[in-house]
Design a protein around this ligand. Structure first.
Ligand SMILES: Nc1nc2c(ncn2[C@@H]2O[C@H](COP(=O)(O)OP(=O)(O)OP(=O)(O)O)[C@@H](O)[C@H]2O)c(=O)[nH]1
Ligand SMILES: [Mg+2]
Length: 449
């Protein structure tokens, strides 16, 4: 497919030593040549760099290095030029302006990657992994993004799709050539075990994906407790920064306070909340309502109790509300006593103020969420919510197929569900994906990517 020639700055905004501008499309060499004084670009071998100057008419704009990439061995598979110019937004914008005046079009967000996908150079999972790479903040996030970029998710999905297709193909042969004796008849009895094997594989991948998702998106961790127990102190100690206001006055924190913490490769998205109590103060009431809402969306709750005082009704109420959630009970102010002893509950005793016991807390979080063995293996871990969602859909379609087969419903009806499963898998890699999804997906990319 021939597309028009697009241009964008690939480096970020702000002052820097150099900037890079990328141009992709069949007219790339001609358009750049119109403003470049140096080698004749289209005569140069691919993947070579050339020194020269960018001019606007007779006026020199910048001294640059121009790198030539010839189709098809380029990121987009199209002819591509990268201009490395001096830093500062002004120069780069000037060059882009002249490239546009000479026939290029300003690229949309993610348009280079979209072309790489549309031109068959990468599949959707690989395109998405590029964005994950850019957004990585921990070594584990980087590992997962790199595995996806290498095509691990693509291979995993391809294998599953092939297994579904095998079953479908066999059913088809039976429907089309029922008179052939040498073709094993694909009865529901033969289909059932094959579907079960597939379901087991998918369920295993989904179980393991929870670690992947946590690594990619972080653990939404809400700190709750009654007023003055030391929630804000805990937040500050964890992030080693005085972010939340701490005072001895009950009801200090009114609004949600958010902070991120990298805990040995796992991102905790911490939320400090207003202490929960019955109050007439309207601002505090709104804060408490927000706390309750944050609780519903939490992956993890850090319930803080005060070891210097006896347990109260409010503490008991909070223990009750959170009992079915993933939670860690924290006994803070352990420097002042250990008055709380809960039967059948494990308490992590700390002093947020004096930085005691914080390591134990970190270990506990990792124990709850991270399967270290999984991370050390070279098993492909799904981490992207979209992929996991599509795999869930596949599972539902397979369960439906299994149920139909077990109820002895005609095999061609079972096949409809199998086709559904096959197509949900295809949507992960972009085999059969709507234009709308593609546009939305790539619009989340940065400019120049
Ligand atoms: N001795 C001792 N005091 C602590 C400890 N942690 C917090 N405090 C003190 O307890 C008081 C309340 O701390 P905060 O962190 O503001 O408590 P909070 O739970 O955020 O309170 P609200 O925002 O009002 O709900 C402050 O005076 C802190 O210095 C601790 O481990 N030991
Ligand atoms: Mg507070």
């Amino acid at each position: 497919m021939i597309y028009d020639t697009i241009v964008a700055k690939t480096t970020g905004n702000g002052t820097s030593a150099i900037n890079m501008i990328r141009i992709s499309g069949s007219e790339s060499f001609d358009i750049v040549q119109k403003i470049f004084k140096g080698s004749i670009l289209k005569n140069q071998p691919s993947h070579t760099a050339h020194y020269g100057f960018i001019y606007n008419g007779n006026e020199q704009i910048d001294e640059v290095i121009v790198t030539v990439f010839k189709s098809p061995k380029t990121f987009t598979t199209e002819d591509t030029v990268e201009i490395t110019c001096h830093g500062g937004n002004f120069i780069a914008n000037e060059i882009i302006k002249h490239l546009i005046a000479n026939g290029a079009r300003l690229a949309e967000k993610g348009e280079f990657s979209k072309r790489a996908y549309l031109n068959g150079r990468i599949d959707l999972t690989e395109a998405e992994s590029i964005m994950d790479l850019v957004n990585s903040k921990t070594i584990n996030q980087l590992k997962i993004a790199n595995s996806q970029l290498k095509g691990d998710v693509l291979n995993l999905v391809d294998n599953l799709q092939n297994s579904v297709l095998d079953i479908i193909a066999n059913i088809e042969v039976n429907i089309d050539y029922p008179e052939y004796d040498d073709v094993t008849e694909m009865t529901n009895e033969i289909v059932i075990p094959n579907i079960k094997i597939l379901l087991e594989k998918i369920e295993k991948i989904l179980r393991e994906s929870s670690t992947g998702q946590i690594i990619r998106d972080g653990i939404k961790t809400v700190i709750i407790g009654k007023p003055n127990v030391g929630k804000s102190s805990l937040l500050n100690t964890l992030i080693k920064e005085d972010k939340a206001i701490v005072t001895e006055i009950s009801g200090t924190t009114r609004d949600l306070i958010e902070a991120e913490l990298n805990l040995d490769g796992v991102i905790l998205k911490l939320i400090d909340t207003a202490g929960i109590r019955i109050t007439d103060d309207i601002v505090e009431k709104i804060g408490i309502d927000k706390t309750k809402k944050a609780l519903e969306e939490a992956d993890l709750i850090l319930l803080v109790l005060d070891q210097s005082t006896n347990i109260t009704d409010m503490d008991n109420e909070l223990l009750e509300i959170t009992k079915n959630k993933q939670r860690i009970i924290i006994g803070n102010k352990i420097d002042l006593g250990s008055k709380i002893n809960l039967v059948n509950e494990h308490i992590i005793n700390i002093s947020a103020k004096n930085n005691i016991g914080i390591d134990k807390l970190s270990e506990e979080v990792k124990k709850l969420f991270i399967d270290e063995k999984l991370l050390e293996s070279d098993y492909t871990i799904l981490s992207n919510t979209r992929h996991i969602g599509k795999l869930e859909e596949t599972k539902i379609a397979l369960l439906q197929a299994l149920q139909s087969a077990e109820e002895q419903i005609p095999i061609d009806m079972v096949e409809i569900d199998l086709r559904e499963a096959w197509s949900s898998l295809g949507e992960i890699t972009g085999d059969n994906t709507s234009d709308d999804l593609i546009s939305t997906l790539f619009s989340k990319f940065c400019l120049g990517k």
